[in-house]
Ligand binder design. Structure first.
Ligand code: HEC
Ligand code: HEC
Length: 462
């Protein structure tokens, strides 16, 4: 009895393992041409960095790779979780040494579809390209900032050079195995921009009418009334939530000042007046109807009712010198009835899609052990096989001899933690002395000076 049950189980596990942890470069997901509804017009993609499937695929690997943190424990995806619209359920996210982020993590859905070029709650990054490597350098988040004894970006790049798949993936995406921060910025920004969501109840309704102010046929009466409140809180002709969270992208008005939420995450008595940006209000809720994460930079609002009560009566605090004037004055007390509050909440629930939470193109490409297999590489471009590059003797003590295809090479050797041990040039069959090298595994890379092809091998220093 036992045996007959065991076999199918083993087969099943085998199949799952094959799929998880694999990227097939001959069969990429579509990131470049996903399309968008005709009524979506705002787009912050720079001319210099349009999405390609190859570069967004590299961006996906970078986004999920814990090796991008100094102690291999944190990836972007640790704080930006697909199941929660790429936000975090924690008020403050945990960084590499257990430290907490100063603000709540932001949802990363439809980051592309807005006119404000700046990112972060306080808009301190002038572009998404600039933003995406900031967390890597942040001392709390991923720890490659080069401050206070932490390693710097150059050490990260040296480390990545020893990770078998990175030179290959950079070769595939950019035509050269050289890893640079600028290329990482392009690839990560492309992956983040690719994360989009236009399959909500709002979108189904919007597609059926001429203008967004018209009642949507698929909406309940309350949802349509909530849409009117969102657009014009105090009736036709007056501004609503929409002056700052602009339909149909629900992106933030670049001129918005703060909205009266001025505490610090984890310290409500503290003052943090600088927050003038919100991610798109789409997908505040997940498809099951619960909120993806606490809201605002403070993460202090855990129900949509709290948000609506906040806007209904903005707290007046003389210390807040950066309150948006649209919320200061008569608009600061909306005097919504209980029914109107429910209607507004009902409308905000229509902004949730399904695909973005589950589509594998945005999911973790690593397996449970943190391994990844890259299928479909052109082996003539990148060679790590012993037939093309041999290092001997192995183990080595005083020196190594190289055996490479004809040509002249730039040689780099790295220790087990990615530290650079040696750099120089060599002929195809040169001998290199190893003075003062500590014993252990050493990765050696040889880049052909004329073709740019890279060869990699490992040996043991006795
Ligand atoms: C330790 C948690 C953590 C990690 C790791 C992390 N983030 Fe974030 N992310 C945050 C927090 C917190 C914010 C908001 C911070 C602020 O505004 O001061 C944020 C904001 C962002 C934003 C701004 C969104 C917007 O609409 O303005 C982007 C984009 C982003 N992160 C991408 C990334 C990428 C890419 C990585 C990996 C390279 C990453 N994050 C790693 C926590 C994290
Ligand atoms: C004057 C501009 C402005 C107006 C008007 C405005 N907001 Fe906001 N909203 C913001 C800003 C800025 C933030 C980010 C605040 C922060 O975290 O410090 C924000 C944040 C939010 C968030 C949290 C988003 C998140 O990702 O956590 C929600 C929800 C929200 N607003 C809903 C509304 C609703 C509903 C209305 C209308 C009743 C409204 N807003 C009116 C500027 C505005």
């Amino acid at each position: 009895m036992k045996k007959t049950h065991l076999l199918p189980l083993v087969l099943l596990i085998g199949t799952v393992l094959l799929v998880a942890g694999t990227i097939d470069l001959t069969n990429l997901y579509n990131y470049a041409n996903q399309g968008k509804p005709a009524y979506i017009n705002k787009d912050n993609t720079p001319v210099a960095n349009p999405i390609t499937d190859a570069r967004a695929t590299l961006g996906r690997v970078l986004f999920y790779d814990k090796k991008l943190s100094a102690n291999n424990s944190i990836a972007c995806a640790s704080c930006h979780i697909q199941a929660f619209a790429f936000s975090d359920t924690a008020v403050q996210s945990i960084g590499l040494d257990g430290g907490l982020t100063g603000r709540h993590s932001m949802r990363l859905v439809n980051a592309r579809y807005g006119t404000s070029p700046s990112f972060f709650w306080d808009e301190r990054s002038p572009t998404l390209e600039h933003q995406v490597t900031q967390p890597i350098q942040d001392h709390v988040e991923m720890g490659f900032g080069g401050f206070g004894g932490q390693p710097d970006m150059d050490s990260l790049i040296r480390k990545m050079n020893t990770v078998s798949y990175y030179p290959q993936l950079f070769q595939f995406a950019f035509g050269s195995p050289q890893i640079t921060e600028a290329k990482m910025q392009q690839a990560l920004a492309q992956f983040v921009r690719s994360i989009q969501s236009f399959d909500s109840k709002f979108d189904i309704g919007r597609a059926q009418v001429q203008g967004q102010g018209m009642p949507f046929p698929n909406f309940t009466a309350n949802e349509n009334a909530g849409k009117q409140i969102f657009m014009h809180v105090n009736g036709p002709g007056t501004p609503g939530c929409q002056t700052c969270h602009r339909m149909p992208e629900f992106d933030i008005d670049p001129l918005s000042l703060n909205n009266g939420v001025i505490g610090k995450a984890g310290d409500q008595a503290g003052l943090d007046l600088a927050n003038t940006r919100a991610p798109s209000l789409r997908n505040l809720f997940n498809p099951s109807g619960s909120l993806n994460s606490p809201m605002m930079h403070t993460g202090s609002f855990t129900t949509i009712q709290q948000v609506i009560e906040h806007y209904n009566l903005i707290p007046q605090n003389p210390a807040n010198t950066n309150l948006d004037p649209r919320l200061n004055g008569p608009g600061g007390n909306l005097q919504l009835t209980a029914l109107q509050k429910t209607q507004l909440a009902d409308f905000l629930r229509t902004l949730t899609g399904v695909d973005v939470f589950t589509n594998p193109k945005w999911s973790d490409p690593f397996d449970a052990n943190g391994n990844i297999t890259i299928l479909g590489l052109n082996s003539s471009i990148y060679q790590s096989t012993p037939e093309k590059f041999t290092v001997f003797p192995n183990p080595a003590s005083e020196y190594i001899s190289l055996k490479l295809p004809e040509g002249r090479y730039n040689i780099h050797m790295y220790g087990i933690n990615g530290q650079l041990l040696y750099s120089g040039t060599a002929e195809a069959s040169d001998r290199i002395d190893l003075p003062g090298f500590a014993s252990g595994f050493i990765t050696i890379q040889a880049v052909n000076q004329s073709s740019g092809w890279m060869y990699q091998a490992k040996f043991i220093k006795k």
